[in-house]
Design a protein around this ligand. Structure first.
Ligand code: HGY
Ligand code: MN
Ligand code: MN
Ligand code: MN
Length: 439
């Protein structure tokens, strides 16, 4: 069968994508806005609805479905010969106020691949698999790509199971959530229990590169390194009216200086640093905050830059906590009393390079789609975002395919990719998986 004759259905892909996006369309930041975003947090009831759809649909497409102890869902379509399947997959969970494409597009494109194989009565050499990875975002349980991390043997199962949600009500553990929605599968979470010949992931780029380069497909060759930390800054609660500036151990002021300084270090080292979560106590207008907790996400093209960034931040945060000045942060302000700062490392992900065989399958698939225009419509690139493919690449040949997203915006309700680009991505994914199957 000529691979280029197999065509995905754009309408079916987008209809199914919009259908499953009914689960988790929520009000952004509570009820008092008209702004809606996707809020399908990992292992929530809406995630369960999307998962149930995924299980039903892949079973109806002739797959056997296995659920492991992290709630990862593996759907496998048999091939002529038995052996480890070539997988395509991504994730169904979203950010607290996320977009309609991040993760779920890759799952749908993989399901669309099954439909195309079935309607063309294709028997692949080996089995073909489709996977949904639990809690890729790390937005609810604070280790991102945690389930592919356990499967790849990089994160202990107990560590993952014991994670407590960082979103309200901040009470449920990951393992309790799995049990509550009935996705605490019996299968061991490991690449020996569920072997993969290869893993391909279609994903929106989530940045501005493809759009600025006027390219339709990103052939992803690598993923940048990143590290997530949680910092606790402890000062002393005090009265805002009676306490002189010099007598304050103001945890929020100290944390604010640290966050500003992390931006200066990132600028200097050519990496990125972000704080997305910040909580403080006691939270009263007339009490100086005695405790602040904030997240720190640092990313760079390689571990060497991150080592430098982490070293500088640990050194300078200690100085800032001691109430001393770093690079003029205190200019004109009365220095206060010392605070304590405590670091917790939540996750560390090194830079990774994808497998040349998979990159070649994606490149050839794109050539099959674009013909002579392939060179001007595709580009090799490095992923700024982390993905489950980071972990699968540690145990099996892996690579990714990107499509552009409008204005490079993601993790935002405005996230958008055109139906044409979604279908192009799904077409290249189909061709890449089938080329790998025949390798
Ligand atoms: O954090 C990331 O890069 C991904 O969106 N989980
Ligand atoms: Mn994603
Ligand atoms: Mn994401
Ligand atoms: Mn991902």
């Amino acid at each position: 069968q000529d691979l280029n004759s197999l065509k995905v259905s754009r309408d079916r892909l987008l209809t199914d994508l919009h259908y499953t996006c009914q689960w988790g369309t929520g009000k952004r930041w509570g009820e008092n806005t008209t702004d809606t975003g996707m809020r399908r947090l990992a292992l929530s009831d809406t995630d369960k609805q999307a998962r149930d759809w995924f299980v039903e649909t892949t079973k109806a497409a002739g797959c056997t479905v296995t659920i492991d102890a992290m709630g990862n869902i593996f759907a496998v379509r048999p091939g002529k010969r038995s052996g480890p399947p070539t997988f395509a997959g991504s994730h169904l969970d979203t950010q607290p106020s996320g977009g309609r494409y991040d993760g779920i597009l890759g799952v749908h494109a993989a399901v669309e691949m099954l439909h195309v194989l079935n309607e063309n009565h294709i028997e692949t050499e080996f089995p073909i698999g489709v996977v949904n990875w639990t809690n890729e975002e790390g937005a609810r349980f604070p280790i991102s790509m945690v389930s592919s991390g356990v499967w790849a043997g990089q994160i202990p199962l107990a560590t993952a199971h014991d994670l407590v949600e960082v979103t309200p009500p901040r009470t449920e553990t990951l393992s309790a959530a799995l049990a509550r929605i009935g996705y605490n599968g019996p299968t061991e979470v490991s690449h020996t229990a569920i072997p993969m010949a290869a893993h391909f992931e279609l994903h929106i780029e989530q940045g501005p590169i493809l759009e600025s380069w006027n390219r339709k497909i990103g052939i992803v060759t690598a993923v940048q390194a990143y590290r997530w930390f949680t910092l606790d800054v402890r000062g002393r609660d005090a009265h805002t009216g009676t306490t002189p500036l010099s007598a304050r151990a103001d945890a929020l002021l100290t944390a604010a200086k640290m966050i500003l300084h992390s931006h200066r270090i990132a600028t200097k080292l050519g990496c990125v640093a972000s704080t997305g979560i910040l909580t403080l106590e006691p939270g009263s207008t007339n009490t100086i905050p005695g405790h602040v907790r904030f997240s720190l996400d640092i990313r760079a093209r390689n571990d060497g830059i991150l080592d430098k960034a982490e070293e500088a931040l640990r050194r300078d945060f200690a100085v800032i906590a001691a109430g001393e000045d770093v690079g003029g942060l205190n200019d004109g302000a009365t220095p206060g009393k010392a605070c304590q700062v405590e670091w917790r490392t939540d996750s560390v992900s090194s830079e990774i390079d994808f497998h040349p065989d998979c990159i070649k399958c994606v490149t050839e698939s794109a050539e099959g789609v674009f013909g002579a225009q392939a060179k001007e419509l595709t580009a090799e690139m490095v992923s700024g975002a982390g993905h489950d493919s980071v972990y699968t690449s540690k145990v099996c040949p892996t690579s990714m395919i990107f499509i552009p997203c409008k204005n490079g915006v993601s993790h935002n309700p405005e996230e958008y990719s055109t139906p044409e680009d979604c279908a192009l991505g799904a077409q290249v994914l189909l061709g890449a998986v089938l080329r790998y199957d025949r390798l």
